[in-house]
Design a protein. Structure first.
Length: 122
């Protein structure tokens, strides 16, 4: 992951507050952002800074054209979660903070195992 400036960190957190889905597939957590293809430059910005995440699309479905960015696995735990923890709280946006908290609670075991694995690798 590329080190983010203070501005980029704020931009990233703000984008996730407004656009992200915090969930998972039942086995591992994931953060997903889906937006119209007119935001392609923003998705390219994400991929430059988080190269181990995935960008899917463009998709054309139901009269809509969009990209979908996903962070999961090592990229989510190592690169994305630390940027959100402490920055995303109910004083900023209660709804987004609750969704994020629910994801981290639901997948706490996975997150702890991945963090332990990453510590061993360091």
């Amino acid at each position: 992951m590329t080190e983010l400036s203070e501005f980029e960190h704020g931009l990233f957190v703000g984008m996730l507050i407004g656009e992200a889905s915090f969930g998972g597939d039942g086995k591992q957590p994931q953060v997903t952002v889906r937006m119209h293809t007119r935001h392609e430059a923003l998705f390219r910005w994400l991929m430059e800074r988080f190269p181990e995440t995935r960008l899917y699309g463009p998709y054309h479905h139901g009269g809509r054209s969009y990209y979908q960015w996903m962070a999961r696995g090592t990229a989510l735990v190592r690169d994305v979660l630390p940027l959100l923890e402490g920055a995303l709280h109910t004083g900023i946006d209660a709804y987004a903070a609750e969704r994020f908290e629910e994801m981290t609670r639901r997948y706490a075991g996975y997150i702890a195992r991945e963090r332990a694995r990453l510590e061993i690798l360091d």
